[in-house]
Design a protein around this ligand. Structure first.
Ligand code: C2E
Ligand code: CA
Ligand code: CA
Length: 681
């Protein structure tokens, strides 16, 4: 549809021109900074028409002033919907900068509708300045005096004379969208954007990029140091009625979460000179050797640290080949540098530099990063060198001590454990798993109780509970499951650790394997029982006495029966007389001659027949055997006396003898005296 002059005039008459609002965003934070007002024609039949369909006509016919005034009124009216400190930017035609009434017009429109002039930005294009610099200056200065800001729009498309940048009191520099649109693909565009942003920064102007359609563009602009941005990526121009929603949504919808990095912070907050100084400080102070090598493998820049590592000054390095500066090590990393020149990022290369004179070996961690220009061509390699000698040594020491510790814990028959204040296991030695087959993780909390023999578990639980209650050390024996033997006996002991207020915070202890000991004890107990059974049932009396005193330590029932004393008691050699006096062949033995006394002196005695005084005062025939109990070293530990009751045999023999004698007597009295010979014994 062709727009005629008449159409536009009628449109102005009918008040068909409306402002649309496009968001402006702070790139660093992604937050809404304001809106640019863009003219639209609400055409009765053609719908919404863009400014290029009517602005030129309005300009040519002298209607632009009226149109702008109306747009401003409407925009300021909508300004109620735009919270502080968001700004409103207006476009003015070059022609309008000839109109000395412009500042007044803006002022009255803003004041009438209560929009602060401090939040107003006036965008002018370069051509506006070219025509009449002086007048433009007057108008601009007045606007500034009112508090408005001035932006130079479409920078780079018009005359782009640096003179103009100086001639007017600009606050902002808008990078034309034609550069932004192609900056990802075209190196030249990127260079122009970088140059414009840099120029703006160096003149203290806020750089604003327009026409941002992608995240990639936004990130690159941020990286280049651009402060504000607008474009479809952040939002299309919207009519006034959509302002509340746009303002509302701005935080989530408009914000773009760029990757925060050093550049983000530096780019956002610092002046270029500060950035440079900061980077220089970082560069020199970094505990890392840094260098930039060109394609010929010569040093372009390097920091002090790397110069020190190489044992020469920074100046001595500059423009010199790496091969010359580190001749002995060069062949180690030449290949990496060359690969990096091909575009590869290489990190984590460890290298050991042979010791220089008077030095030990040193270990380095190297990385190589291709450095590209805006056109993505690799122009050099960034080298980073970290001295990791100490770290390597520390690592080795740590490994060794860990190894020691691991061995200590693993080879230790003990199973160290830690319980919390409530008796839950919080740590347990790896040995636990080796012994029980239950993982340390499963043993945590109350899990370890599952490994305890069901018969022992209640006891263990009550011992732990009692210790938690009393604070006394834990000491308990129990059986735990064993991979190999079903159950193993352990003795678990631990003590409380307390905090400064004496509250128990942990229990530290260990379980010791006492299974072998327990089994030995068990075996001993069994053989002892067997021995006892024998001891108690043998048909001979056995008396055991300790050296050197000869105090009776044990006697069996048969011994007690023979001697007729009730319970084994502390009779000693000295008081044998009371019940043990011995007569052999009618002679009473000295106490030193007793078999027990002689055994204590290491001698063996055998007496076939003796008469022994019993506890009840009667006498009995016995045969006696005395022997020492000798230790391995030959010393006498005690004595054993074995007593056989021969009283009945003896009496039977006596009876038979008496009988025989009587018989002989009888026979003698009947036969001749010549035959009277005794049968003899
Ligand atoms: P401008 O001042 O450079 O305005 C920015 C133009 O870029 C706007 O076009 C806007 O809609 C468009 N734009 C915004 N984001 C993107 C994007 O991501 N991609 C692309 N391709 N374009 C984007 P619009 O609204 O058509 O305005 C065109 C020009 O008309 C403006 O260029 C400005 O010079 C002029 N203009 C607009 N409104 C007014 C006004 O009220 N008065 C005057 N004198 N000129 C105006
Ligand atoms: Ca503009
Ligand atoms: Ca522009």
């Amino acid at each position: 549809m062709l727009i005629s002059l008449e159409d536009v005039r009628r449109g102005i008459e009918n008040d068909e021109f409306v402002p649309f609002f496009q968001p402006l965003v702070t790139l660093r934070t992604g937050q809404l900074a304001g809106f640019e007002v863009l003219a639209r024609w609400h055409h009765p039949s053609a719908g919404i028409l863009p400014p290029d369909r009517f602005i030129p006509i309005a300009e040519q016919n002298g209607w632009i002033g009226a149109l702008t005034k109306r747009l401003m009124q409407r925009a300021f009216e909508a300004g109620k919907l735009i919270p502080e400190p968001l700004t409103l930017a207006f476009n003015v035609s070059p022609l309008q900068l000839h109109d000395l009434g412009l500042p007044k017009q803006i002022q009255s429109a803003a004041e009438e509708l209560g929009f602060p002039l401090q939040r107003v930005v006036i965008e002018v294009t370069e051509s506006a300045v070219v025509d009449n610099v002086e007048r433009a200056q007057t108008i601009s200065n007045e606007l500034k005096a009112l508090g408005c800001k001035i932006a130079l729009d479409d920078f780079g498309t018009g005359y782009s004379s640096l003179l103009h940048l100086q001639s007017l009191p600009f606050d902002e520099l808008k990078v034309d969208r034609s550069f932004v649109g192609s900056m990802i693909q075209r190196r030249e565009s990127r260079k122009i954007v970088a140059a414009v942003v840099g120029l703006g920064q160096s003149l203290g102007l806020t750089a604003v990029a327009e026409g941002i359609e992608t995240r990639e563009q936004a990130e690159m602009l941020l990286w280049l140091g651009c402060e504000l941005g607008q474009g479809w990526f952040f939002g299309r121009p919207v009519p006034a009625e959509d302002l509340p929603a746009t303002v509302e949504l701005s935080r989530e919808k408009i914000s773009f979460n760029h990757s925060t990095n050093l550049w983000g912070d530096l780019a956002g907050n610092a002046l270029p000179s500060q950035r440079l100084a900061h980077l220089q400080a970082v560069y020199d102070g970094a505990p890392v050797g840094l260098a930039l090598l060109d394609r010929n493998l010569c040093y372009v820049t390097l920091n002090q640290r790397l110069a020190d590592m190489n044992g020469a000054t920074v100046e001595e390095h500059l423009r010199r080949p790496v091969a010359e500066m580190v001749p002995r090590a060069f062949h180690h990393f030449e290949a990496f540098i060359r690969r990096s020149l091909e575009g590869e990022v290489i990190t984590g290369v460890e290298a050991r530099r042979p010791p220089g004179p008077g030095q030990g070996d040193r270990d380095y961690l190297l990385s190589y990063q291709p450095v590209r220009d805006e056109g993505d061509e690799v122009i050099g390699v960034s080298v980073a060198v970290v001295d990791i000698t100490d770290r390597k040594a520390a690592e080795a020491a740590l490994r060794e001590s860990e190894d020691h510790y691991r061995h200590m814990v693993e080879l230790n028959p003990q199973i160290p454990w830690v319980l919390d204040a409530h008796g839950n296991a919080v740590a347990i030695s790896p040995r636990w798993e080796q012994v029980t087959g239950m993982s340390a993780a499963t043993a945590e909390g109350a899990g370890f109780l599952e490994a305890i023999h069901p018969e022992d578990r209640p006891r263990v639980e009550s011992v732990i509970a009692a210790s938690i209650h009393s604070g006394d050390p834990i000491d308990v024996e129990c059986r735990i499951v064993s991979r190999n033997d079903r159950w193993r006996w352990v003795r678990s002991r631990g003590a409380a650790r307390r905090d400064p207020s004496a509250k128990i915070i942990r229990w530290y202890g260990s379980a010791d394997d006492i299974d072998d000991q327990k089994k030995a004890e068990e075996a001993l107990r069994k053989s002892e029982e067997q021995l006892k059974a024998i001891f108690n049932s043998v048909p001979v009396g056995i008396l055991l006495a300790d050296a050197p005193a000869g105090r009776l330590s044990m006697s069996n029932p048969e011994a007690r029966r023979i001697f007729r004393y009730p319970v084994p008691s502390s009779y000693s050699v000295e008081n044998y007389a009371q019940w043990g006096a011995i007569r052999v062949n009618g002679r009473r033995l000295e106490s030193a001659e007793y078999p027990l006394a002689r055994a204590l002196r290491g001698e063996k005695t055998r007496i076939e027949e003796a008469l022994c005084l019993r506890a009840d005062g009667t006498e009995a025939w016995v045969s006696l055997l005395g022997a020492p109990i000798v230790r391995e070293d030959g010393s006498v530990q005690g004595a054993v006396v074995v007593v056989q009751d021969i009283d009945e045999i003896k009496q039977e023999r006596e009876r038979l003898l008496t009988l025989a004698e009587a018989l002989i007597k009888e026979l003698k009295s009947q036969t001749s005296p010549a035959d009277r010979e005794p049968i003899s014994s």
